[in-house]
Design a protein around this ligand. Structure first.
Ligand code: URP
Ligand code: ZN
Ligand code: ZN
Length: 465
């Protein structure tokens, strides 16, 4: 197995900044020091670059059947796009089939990823019904397979939604097995009622997706999820938190000392309800759940990141094409049939770096929310999410001076639009290494397809404060 020496860079972790070389042997960092003179098979010059832990995206949906179609990126195209954006590990979601335990889903998602993924990957398991078999399988997932987190939905009745009793039982199960419940917190009953009423009034345009999913529905469900976790005596992680109402519930719980955690996503920090007001069917590009919110929520979320009420920024990458093929068009006459989700696996770090440039967060907090906390939250740390002797050589060599204009014409995601089309950014990966191997070099993917490895995660409480 070859050795790699990254020379002359400035290492930036969640806690430190210093100039040093990094030596990687058999995929693992074995030495960090000034002017390392050991010979290496590959020497990477990082002069003028920041050497940061590779990004960890803990919320992606690759090759996922949803809304009558399948998300447009598979594990090959999606992970190549992720790598271009500086992400070196992701956690995707396997989905339990009705009437089954969890193992068929585990096998199916392993088969989707194996031989295709170019970066390392792990899975959460979406639990749709908690049969005795599924409950038993939760324990086995945690103990034997390294799947230590489970997503439950309080929305999408008939598809994913589970009731409070199921949520409570699943939460209690994690108290025994050391897993963590991740919650899609929106009140599905309220939303479904509003959707039916809107459709009866003939309100079919994409913007009604947002208008039928009020922030209160997210706030209510977030508060309920946290209360259920408190009664079960376990931590909880709220996924894709989008608004001040929900953040307030997390903040209050944390102020009370409860182990409530949450992620937000770049779309909620950089896009807004205004995008639904675009001409014609353009708003469909932004149909996701929870929906984009009024602009003032963005400030609340940035404050949440700064004050650690939000610990992680993931993407919820779930791409559906507008026209080629016509996936979003499934809902041209009925917003409720527009497949929910948007692309973002490639742009997370570059967008968040705008937060660094604007002085909203510093580079250390940036590393923390994109890499270190995701690793600590989901049983990947210290193997991933930091730069330390013994950690995997997953590095993004960041050029703070690199400028780019986001466009579907140049991105690597297999989707025919980009929600941030035309946005000019400064700060991007120059080189990306995964387990010491150079995988992206100046915007070109240079590694072998299918080189990504499945990562078994560690059980136990989140290590994030
Ligand atoms: O709209 C979204 N978020 N699609 C992906 C599924 C989910 O709820 O995360
Ligand atoms: Zn969700
Ligand atoms: Zn999602």
């Amino acid at each position: 197995m070859p050795t790699t020496l990254v020379k002359n860079g400035t290492i930036v972790t969640a806690s430190d900044r210093y100039e040093a070389d990094v030596y990687i042997d058999k995929g693992v960092i074995t030495l960090i020091g000034k002017s390392i003179t050991l010979g290496a098979d590959t020497v990477v010059d990082a002069t003028g670059l920041l050497v940061m832990p590779g990004g960890i995206d803990v919320h992606t949906h690759l090759d996922m059947p949803f809304g009558g179609t399948c998300s447009a990126d598979d594990f090959e195209s999606g992970t190549i796009a992720a790598a271009h954006g500086g992400t070196t590990t992701l956690i995707d979601f396997a989905i339990q089939d009705f009437g089954q335990g969890l193992f068929p889903a585990y096998d199916a998602w392993m088969a989707r990823a194996q031989g295709k993924a170019v970066i390392d990957y792990a899975f959460h398991m979406i639990v749709r019904e908690l049969s005795d078999q599924a409950a038993h399988d939760m324990d086995r997932m945690v103990r034997d397979e390294g799947i230590t987190s489970f997503k439950l939905f309080m929305a999408y009745p008939g598809v994913f939604m589970v009731d409070d009793a199921t949520i409570f039982k699943a939460l209690r199960r994690t108290r025994e097995n050391g897993g963590l419940i991740c919650m899609h917190a929106e009140n599905g009953g309220v939303i479904d009622t509003l959707v039916q009423e809107a459709l009866r009034r003939g309100e079919t345009a994409p913007k009604y997706h947002a208008l039928t999913r009020p922030t209160r529905a997210e706030g209510e469900a977030t508060g309920r999820a946290i209360a259920l976790a408190e009664m079960a005596g376990v931590p909880i992680y709220i996924v894709h938190l989008s608004c001040a109402d929900a953040l307030e519930k997390v903040k209050r719980a944390r102020d009370m000392g409860l182990p409530a955690y949450a992620e937000t996503c770049p779309q909620y920090l950089f896009l807004s309800h205004d995008d639904y007001e675009r001409e014609g069917f353009e708003g469909a590009k932004y149909v996701m759940s929870p929906p984009l919110r009024e602009r003032h929520h963005q400030d609340a979320l940035w404050t949440g990141i700064l004050k650690n009420d939000l610990q992680v920024v993931s993407t919820d990458h779930c791409p559906f094409c507008m026209n080629e093929p016509p996936q979003k068009q499934l809902g041209r006459d009925d917003f409720s049939k527009i497949p929910n989700g948007a692309p973002g696996i490639e742009t997370r770090l570059m967008l968040l770096w705008e937060g660094v440039r604007a002085g909203r967060v510093d580079a250390h907090r940036f590393v923390e929310i994109v890499a270190t906390n995701p690793a600590k939250m989901f049983g990947l740390w210290p193997r991933k999410g930091t730069i330390a002797v013994g950690s995997d050589g997953d590095l993004v060599l960041w050029d703070p001076e690199r400028e780019l204009t986001i466009s579907a014409k140049t991105h690597h995601m297999r989707v025919d639009y980009n929600p941030y089309e035309g946005r000019v950014l400064k700060g991007a990966p120059a080189k990306v290494l995964s387990r010491g191997e150079l995988i992206v070099d100046e915007g070109t993917f240079v590694a072998r397809r299918g080189r990504g490895e499945y990562v078994r995660r560690l059980a136990g409480p989140p290590l994030v404060p």
